[in-house]
Write a protein that binds this ligand. Structure first.
Ligand SMILES: Cc1ncc(C[n+]2csc(CCOP(=O)(O)OP(=O)(O)O)c2C)c(N)n1
Length: 678
């Protein structure tokens, strides 16, 4: 063998030879037994999927997957996404059997209990070896598309010797019925993500009963139509599974393998029916299953030879891991440091600060009365240059969202080094793929759509917040200020709805300077996703002069003090801050002292130290909140007796100026509200 051939062999260990059929069956039955026993003990859970998909998982994990239980975070491990998260015992059983230290038999016994490593649905932030949090069907599949995109991108930058892994998904009927799956499949097919392999647990059963009650799609044809390689096999035949996976690994397109399985395989009366989908089988059924499967070991006990076979499989990639480490060590020192920095998610701090300061200096020297979406583009020109890990995109609104800074190449099958993704009109798939990219590590995804379509992204944003992933959503056209497109496009309740999600930062900057500060905060918070709500319409630059501190960091701050002891506090966000500043002048002319507080981020204000919060809120007798959206959430700042100038209905189609007047969101009406309350 030549040296280069040896290197290749190191890099790509071929599949392990097949286990003897009897051995395979015993290994798969270990998954089935653990699933039955854990669900029975918890008196809740889903035994049907793990029992049905046990053969698939056994072949995949013991013969194909590249991973090292000793280092679940090995950057070049193959990813496995259990998109059908309700079947969590499948992955817990596999992790336990393969030797992942965190998933002990005690944890399996504590399935679904408080504080266990084996929660009801897989949580990546609880259990080492779990790649993403799944449960809401369809999300895992779309996350996996993002993981496969990140893999291609990083491979293009750092070489196949450092990044070269597959992303496998186990998806159920439910995953494929959800609309998000279409977005994910279409995007993956278009991008030719050849290292993405979906194993479809084609059991023809969902909760209500046979799939035929609700669905008659030919999934093979559907995937083929989207540019995938797709095939149908017997999901209980280990040889057929292995052959199909081998073929998929050689494909130049993403692959879907429809594995015909029997839900609850082995359960004497419930197999093949919805009765074993989501409840404990019961003692008699389990007894019958044990006898049918030829599994005589007591509950939670794995015979030594079966455990040994699984452990051997668990250590099969240790050598590949070692050779990967030596390739990383042999990398040019700068490249290696950059790869490690990016995988760790550490920002090049000095560079970020310098990029932010550069933008602020420009704005101080030549103030700009521009839309905050345009200010965001200005910020991105600097930020994206300083942070090569930023991968942008838009759901077909690139020119409106201003998310593609000049010179950012397009990510495509032909150029995976590109950093701008044309997601197409697929907001949900985009947001979910972004989660997958962030989970992969090595990239910071940001992208754009209209704020009103945050509803189309919401399930994925919620999961990003739950997982604590740094994804950044640029959401422009953030109020009636977008004008003529009318109420279908004018967000009214969206800020409140997004602010209701725990661990999500919703930023609504008032001008160009705040916009760059909010970008900085979104990037710096590594465990919190962000939404940047930005205007379509121009706004004045209210922050003049150069302030190096990030004033938005406290969530809110006094932008304009009152002339003397404040009688009125005007709190506003985004485009309405300029109205508050105008209203302050009107009040001043009437001898009323008012201060203006800009509130770019409710959540950061809520987290600020009590003294800071108190000082910002102040003690003026009259407090007025101003935001071209519903009041919900504002009482935390203005109190239940505070006044609110905003929206109480949907918007309308007209030029923006007319709409602000029509809905009474003007400097006059703000001043009038204060005077009436004096
Ligand atoms: C978005 C979403 N809707 C509904 C559910 C509730 N749910 C859990 S599993 C399931 C469908 C079960 O059918 P299938 O996906 O075929 O899984 P299997 O019965 O084969 O285990 C549903 C509706 C969910 N988890 N996510």
């Amino acid at each position: 063998m030549t040296a280069s051939a040896t290197a290749r062999a190191d890099k790509k260990p071929g599949p392990r030879p097949a286990h003897d059929r009897a051995v395979h069956d015993r290994m798969a039955n270990a998954i089935r037994a653990l699933a039955m026993d854990a669900v029975e003990q918890a008196k809740s859970g889903h035994p049907g999927l793990p029992m049905g998909a046990a053969d698939i998982a056994t072949v995949l994990f013991t013969r194909f997957m590249k991973f090292d239980p000793a280092d679940p975070a090995w950057p070049d491990r193959d990813r496995f996404v259990l998109s059908a998260g309700h079947g969590s015992m499948l992955i817990y059983a596999a992790l336990h059997l393969l030797g992942y230290a965190a998933v002990t038999i005690e944890e399996i016994k504590r399935f679904r209990q408080l504080g266990s490593k084996t929660p009801g649905h897989p949580e990546n932030f609880i259990t080492p070896g779990i790649e993403t949090t799944t449960g809401p069907l369809g999300q895992g599949l779309a996350n996996a598309v993002g993981m496969a995109m990140a893999e291609r991108h990083l491979a293009a930058l750092f070489g196949n010797g450092i990044v070269d892994h597959h992303t496998y998904v186990l998806a159920s009927d439910g995953d494929l019925m959800e609309g998000i799956s279409q977005e994910a499949i279409a995007l993956a097919g278009h991008l030719k993500l050849a290292k993405l392999i979906v194993l479809f647990d084609d059991n023809g059963i969902s909760i209500d009963g046979p799939l035929s009650l609700a669905d008659s799609v030919d999934q093979v044809k559907r995937f083929e139509a989207a540019g995938w390689a797709a095939t149908r096999i017997d999901g209980h035949d280990p040889q057929a599974i292995a052959r199909a996976i081998e073929q998929a690994r050689g494909s130049d397109r993403p692959s879907m393998i429809a594995c015909r399985t029997t839900i609850g395989f082995g359960a004497p009366t419930k197999a093949g029916t919805e009765k074993c989908h989501g409840s404990a089988l019961g003692a008699d059924e389990i007894k019958g299953a044990r006898s049918q499967l030829g599994w005589s070991a007591p509950a939670f006990e794995i015979p030594a030879e079966v455990r040994e076979a699984w452990r051997t499989a668990g250590s099969r990639s240790a050598e590949a891991h070692r050779t990967w480490q030596s390739r990383l060590a042999a990398l040019d020192a700068t490249q290696r440091a950059e790869f490690e920095r990016r995988i760790a998610g550490a920002l090049p701090k000095g560079k970020l600060d310098a990029a932010v300061t550069a933008v602020k200096e420009k704005l101080a020297a030549a103030p700009q009365a521009i839309a905050t979406r345009a200010a965001s583009e200005l910020a991105l020109e600097s930020l994206a240059a300083a942070l090569p890990e930023m991968i942008g995109g838009s759901a077909d609104l690139t020119g409106s969202n201003n998310t593609r800074p000049k010179g950012m190449a397009v990510f495509s099958a032909a150029d995976p080094a590109g950093r701008f993704v044309h997601y197409g009109v697929r907001e949900h798939g985009m947001a979910s793929a972004m989660n997958g990219m962030a989970l992969h590590r090595g990239v910071i995804p940001y992208s754009g759509t209209f704020l009103v379509f945050s509803d189309y992204c919401r399930p994925a944003i919620r999961l990003a917040a739950l997982m604590g992933e740094r994804v950044i959503h640029v959401m422009t056209h953030d109020s009636i200020g977008l004008g003529e497109d009318g109420p279908t496009h004018q967000p009214v309740e969206h800020l409140a709805a997004l602010r209701a999600i725990p661990n999500l930062h919703v930023f609504r900057p008032c001008d160009a300077v705040e916009t760059v500060e909010c970008w900085q905060l979104a990037l710096e918070h590594a465990r919190t996703p962000s939404v940047l709500a930005l205007t379509r319409q121009n706004v004045p630059q209210l922050r003049q002069g150069l302030e190096r501190d990030n004033r938005c960091a406290a969530g809110a701050y006094e932008l304009v003090p009152a002339d003397g002891p404040a009688q009125v506090s005007l709190f506003a966000s985004g485009s309405e801050v300029a109205l508050a500043v105008e209203a302050r002048k009107l009040l001043d002319a009437k001898g009323v002292a008012a201060r203006v507080v800009s509130v770019p981020c409710f959540e950061l204000l809520a987290q600020a130290p009590e003294a800071v919060r108190r000082a910002v809120i102040g003690d003026a007798r009259i407090r007025i909140g101003i935001e071209a959206a519903v009041r919900q959430g504002w009482d935390a700042i203005i109190g239940t007796d505070g006044l609110f100038v905003g929206m109480t209905s949907f918007g309308a189609s007209a030029p923006a100026k007319d709409l602000f007047r029509h809905f009474g969101i003007t400097a006059d009406s703000i001043a009038q509200a204060a005077l009436t309350k004096m």
